[in-house]
Design a protein around this ligand. Structure first.
Ligand code: 5GP
Length: 129
């Protein structure tokens, strides 16, 4: 069965998309730690990050780099942090999280955002790429 992220990539489930190319897809996390919390996913459905072939792994880092630069131009923050967990969704993804304090990096604290705010934010980050 396809993962929820594969369904998002295929457009079967909606998302606030930032960008995609033939191998990767970036979109806003639906339950963000902080404004601008983004997920970058390889289209290839692989469970764990260190199960990726090295070329895809390097490509994921490279793509995440570009997305992080765009996030930092739009979202005021001290820096964009990168986290890989994957305990909830068994499809490799990098979390890019604008950080202002340590609690932004922990997954206990969540923020609420409305649909319009998500939409506008994704568009603004996308426009910086
Ligand atoms: P992890 O697998 O790294 O522990 O966490 C999965 C992340 O995916 C969580 O931050 C969660 O909010 C996010 N997530 C789970 N389902 C969806 C979804 O359907 N859409 C979006 N945009 N994010 C999701």
């Amino acid at each position: 069965m396809s993962t929820i992220f594969t369904k998002i990539i295929k457009g079967e489930i909606p998302s606030y998309k930032i960008a995609e190319n033939d191998q990767f897809f970036a979109f806003l996390d639906i339950n963000p730690n902080a404004i601008g919390h983004t997920l970058v996913v390889p289209k290839k459905e692989v469970n764990k990050i260190f199960e990726l072939d090295k070329e895809t792994y390097r490509g994921l880092m490279d793509y995440s780099y570009d997305i992080a630069q765009a996030i930092e131009k739009v979202v005021p923050c001290k820096r964009v942090g990168m986290t890989v967990i994957g305990l909830e969704v068994p499809h490799v993804h990098v979390h890019l999280i604008p950080l202002n304090n340590m609690s932004d990096a922990t997954f206990g604290k969540k923020i609420q955002m409305g649909e319009e705010d998500f939409k506008k934010l994704a568009q603004r980050i996308s426009a910086e790429l």
